[in-house]
Design a protein. Structure first.
Length: 117
C-alpha cells in the first residue's frame, strides 16, 4: 500500500513523464505519476490506483480483470481482490467482509468505502 506522503517522496526520484506529468517507474509497465492533485498508479493505460490527499484510495480495473491488474491493486491500495466464477470481490485491510468490485470505489484512510467516483 502506498500513502500520499510516500508517493511525494518517491516521485522526486522519478525521471519519466506520463501525459506530461512527472512520473516514476515502479515496475514493468507500471508508473507512479502526480497530476498536481493526486498520485496515480498507471498500469499500461489504466490508472488502477489513485492516492488522494488524506490517504484515500480509488481503485479501478479499466475493464482489465487480469492477474496483473489484481497484483498492482493489491500492492498499492489497502485492499485484497478475490475472484469467484469470473466475478471480482474485494476486502479492505485485513477484513474478511467481501464487497462486489466496481470501478472507482473510494476507500478512506479509515478503510471505509465512501462512494464511487
Amino acid at each position: 500500500m502506498l500513502t500520499f506522503n510516500e508517493c511525494a517522496v518517491m516521485i522526486k526520484k522519478g525521471r519519466s513523464t506520463v501525459d506530461g506529468f512527472p512520473a516514476r517507474k515502479l515496475k514493468k509497465n507500471t508508473y507512479l505519476y502526480y497530476d498536481g492533485n493526486s498520485f496515480h498508479v498507471r498500469l499500461y493505460n489504466t490508472d488502477v490506483v489513485s492516492i488522494l490527499p488524506k490517504n484515500a484510495w480509488v481503485i479501478r480495473s479499466g475493464g482489465w480483470r487480469t492477474p496483473l491488474t489484481k497484483d498492482r491493486i493489491h500492492e498499492y491500495a489497502p485492499v485484497r481482490i478475490s475472484q469467484a466464477k469470473n466475478t471480482w470481490y474485494y476486502s479492505i485491510g485485513s477484513g474478511r467482509k467481501l464487497f462486489d468490485f466496481s470501478e472507482g470505489v473510494l476507500i478512506s484512510a479509515e478503510h471505509i468505502v465512501e462512494e464511487h467516483i
